[in-house]
Every structure is written in structure tokens, then in C-alpha cells.
Design a protein around this ligand. Sequence first.
Ligand code: B12
Ligand code: SF4
Length: 470
Amino acid sequence: MQVKMILPALTEALSPFWRPIKYHLFPPLGLATIAAFFEPDDDIDLQDEHVETLNLDDEPDLVVIQVYITSAYRAYELADHYRSKGSYVVLGGLHVTALPAEAAQHADTIFLGPGEDTWPQFLQDFRAGAPAQQYQSKIRSLVGVPPIRRDLIKRHNYLVPNSIVVSRGCPHHCDFCYKEAFYQGGKSFYLQPIDDALAEIDRLPGKHLYFLDDHLFGHVGFAMELFEAMEGMGRVWQAAATVQSILAQPALLEKAVAAGLRSVFIGFETLNFHNLKEQHKYHNLNRDYSVAIRRLRDYGVMVNGSFVYGMDGDDETVFDRTVEWAVQQGIETATFHILTPYPGTLLYDRMVAQQRITQHNWDLYDTRHVVYKPMQLSAERLEAGYWQSYREFYRWSAIVQGAWTKEVWADRLRHLAYTGAWKKSEPVWDLLIRLKQVNHLLPALENVLTSFGRRTAPALLRQPNPALNV
Ligand code: B12
Ligand code: SF4
């Protein structure tokens, strides 16, 4: 069977005004994950439109498209194209699950929720000539799932090709998160068997790993076991976690550092208590963010802080206050977002009930545009404040100020190098991407992460955890 799998580009990714490096960072794993269920003699072409030009002249038997909200229009265009040529077209992913009726207009079959249970069933039905129009995931398990088809990923197109995911979902329930809608009808947090996770790590060449899990530290027992087993593997890695897991779980961070953790993405979201309550982000409530950052810094772990603007408690002071705080904390990189009510979330339902949704153009649901009526800010001020935050946080003077919050020269230099390379070297990234050489910078990144970790981890493992009293 001839199969075409497509990850259509998110709208902004094809814009000449956007940063191409963001979309050449690491390979997303959704399609390569379900590709594992094909037969060895199926002929599969997997294309990621963020990093390559699509070949649309082919005539596959089956076309599989993954749909995100800001790639929905492009996905539908591609689906219509292939259907007009007689291919059988299936759509799945977050946006299809949130708005199945919309997606169904462009597909022969749609999939709701994760694909590990429904996809093999569909393939069986398809080969038997009797596919259903819709498959809803019910069984949530990663037991027995075959390994990701990494052979289908064009590794040279990505800066850090070793992305990996060992869990699905997250144990928390924040109102603005896609997760509730996507996992409806079954478990919304579950794990790969630890041996499978370790075997997957073993299969990856080089040193560096990028965990895509929503919350790698979300199940303490699993995380402990994973990190213990990873110690001695010589890996350096980046992942996402919560303030709570950094502060309140004895020894978890220590084990992660010993296993090679060098940089962590943390959803601080807001510095406002009422905002956290409003969004049911309870695990951040009454947590001292500064102590968490301090703890990470002491272990040599860099912080990528994520902040969301536009919750009901935000007024126009929020931008300056947030950036100033982030700089003073010495956070290395920050991502700012405008609150975005994704269809299917509790936040969206609340906004609809309050008649506050102002936009149904999904291309604008990219966390850079205001698509609802904010409570204490105009939409213009909110968008302006969002852009202003990026400018202010990544000004050289702010980068230097952030670096100088560190006590040691090595830490200061690393802060300058890492943040400067990420945000101040755009022409270099662009050139390397155009020359298809972006992957050649990986050893440099690995070196920075490896040599830094060597200094801190063993000594600090013996220190008491200062945060256990909070
Ligand atoms: C890699 C990634 C990126 C990459 C690339 C994204 C891309 N090209 O698709 C980058 C860094 C560029 C990125 C950017 C952004 N991202 Co992003 N990203 C991810 C991340 C970390 C991993 C994706 C992944 O590979 N997952 C692992 C695989 C196994 O899961 P999966 O893709 O969901 O696939 C499964 C199912 O969905 C299903 N499935 C999927 N497709 C299909 C198709 C069929 C036919 C079937 C049967 C099944 C199926 O089966 C798969 C196996 O279960 C996810 C978080 C996450 N953990 O998923 C966020 C995530 C997708 N990103 C998110 C967001 C918000 C963004 C940004 C808006 C953030 C920002 N402000 O910059 C931007 C997008 C900008 C824009 N214009 O929209 C949200 C999406 C919210 C939503 N409702 O769409 C997520 C879920 C993070 C989160 N927790 O909020 N992101
Ligand atoms: S902690 Fe993050 S991934 Fe988990 S529910 Fe909240 S926003 Fe979603």
C-alpha cells in the first residue's frame, strides 16, 4: 500500500516574518508513532511541511494528516486535494478531536483522541474494505505499542533530532489546556512501560534528548525509576515539569540532574494568585516560584519559563511586572503567550457563555493574537504588551542583567551564550537551515550542556532539599 503521512505547516511557520529555527528544533512524533502499526511492505512517505516542501503530485492509496488548530485550514486544503485525486484521506490530532464535525467535511475517516488503540483497528478495517467514518479512542495504554518509526524522520532537518515521548497527557487539569478535550472518554495521563522507554532511549544515537512529554515528572514513581536507570547512560536532556514537582518531591530533581537534566520548561503562567485560581491551576498556587528557580540554578539546570497574558486579573501593569521578575530571577529563556481559548477547553466554554469570543479564524489561535474580549485590557494593548515583553526580555541589557544574577562566572557566560545564541543569532540559524546544515550545531549544544552538568550534579546530590519546608 502506498501511504502519505503529512504534518501540515502551522500557518505562521511558512511566513517569511517568522523564525524558522523554531520549527527546525526537533521532530514532532505523532505520525511516526502511529506509522509503527503499518506492515513492513507498506510504502510510507512521511513529510513535515515545517522543514520540507511537500510533494503533492503523488497518488497514494491512503493519506494520513495530523491537524493542529493553526494548521487546520492547510490540512483541509491538502485533504481536499488528495480526495479529489481519489486517495482515501484520514484526519486526526488535537483539532479534529476538538471539532470533529468541521474536520469530517474534509475526510473519509476521522480519529478522536490518541491513536494507539484506534489506528490498528482502522488499518484492519481498511484492509478488509470496511473502514468506519469515525474512530473514538477509548483504551488508554502504551503497553505493547511498537517502537516509533524513526526511519521515517529526516533527522538532518532538525537541530536536536532526538525528540522522545514516554508518557501521554498530564495529571493536572488547567482550564486553558487542550488536554481535557483531547483525552475525553478515558485516562488523561498514562505511561510507557519503563523498559520500553529505556529501550527507546538506547536506540537514539548521540547524547542529547528532548523529552516532549507534557509533564515528565508527573508520576513520581515512574520518573524516579526512569531517572535512576538513566544515570550512567551519559545523556544530557531537556524536558517540561511543574513548579510543584521541583519543590515538593524529595530527591526527584536530584535524580533527574544525575541522569542528565540540563534545562527545564516550566509553566509559571502568571504571578497573580487570582488568575491561577480562575484557571484551576491549583498546583502552582502558594508555590514560591523563586525557590524553585533557585533550586534549579543550584543544580545547573537552565529554566525556560512560560507565561500567559490576558487572564481576567491582568491589567496593563502585567507586562512590565512579569518581565522584570523573570529577568531578576535569571531565567535563561522565556516564552510569552496570549491566553487562547482552544475549542474543547473549559476556558472556551466559559468565554462562549460570557459571549467574549471575538474571532473564529483558527489561524489566529496561535497565542500571539487576541481572539476574545479581555477583562481589564483592550485587545490592542494586550497584543502590544505581548510583543513588548519579548523585546524587553531579550534586550542585551536584560540578558546581561539576568546573567549577572548568577554568582559564578561560568554560569554567567553560559547564560549569555545560550540566550544570545537562541535569540540574537537569527541570520546564522537562517543560513544553516537554508544550507540544510542546522543539525551540525548539535555537538556544540551537547558540549555546553555536558560540561556544565559535570560541575554541579555530584556535589549537590548530598545537599538537603531547601524547598521541603514550603
Ligand atoms: C513538538 C511541539 C511543538 C513544535 C512543533 C509543532 C508541530 N510542528 O506540530 C513547536 C515547538 C514548533 C511547537 C509550537 C507551538 N506549540 Co507545540 N507542542 C509540541 C509538543 C511538545 C509535542 C508534539 C508531539 O510530538 N507529541 C507526541 C505525539 C506522540 O503526540 P501527538 O502529536 O499528540 O500524536 C498523537 C495523537 O494526537 C494522535 N494523532 C495525531 N495525529 C493523528 C492522525 C491520525 C490519523 C490518528 C489516527 C491519530 C493522530 O495519535 C498520536 C499518538 O497518540 C506538544 C505537546 C505534546 N506533549 O504533545 C506541544 C503542543 C502541540 N503545542 C502547543 C502549542 C500551544 C504550541 C504553540 C501555540 C506555542 C506558542 N505559543 O508558541 C506553538 C504553535 C504556534 C502556532 N502557530 O500555532 C499545544 C497545542 C494546543 C492546541 N490545542 O493545539 C501542545 C499540545 C502543548 C500544550 N501542552 O499545550 N510545538
Ligand atoms: S500542567 Fe500543563 S499540561 Fe498539565 S493540564 Fe496544566 S497546562 Fe496542561
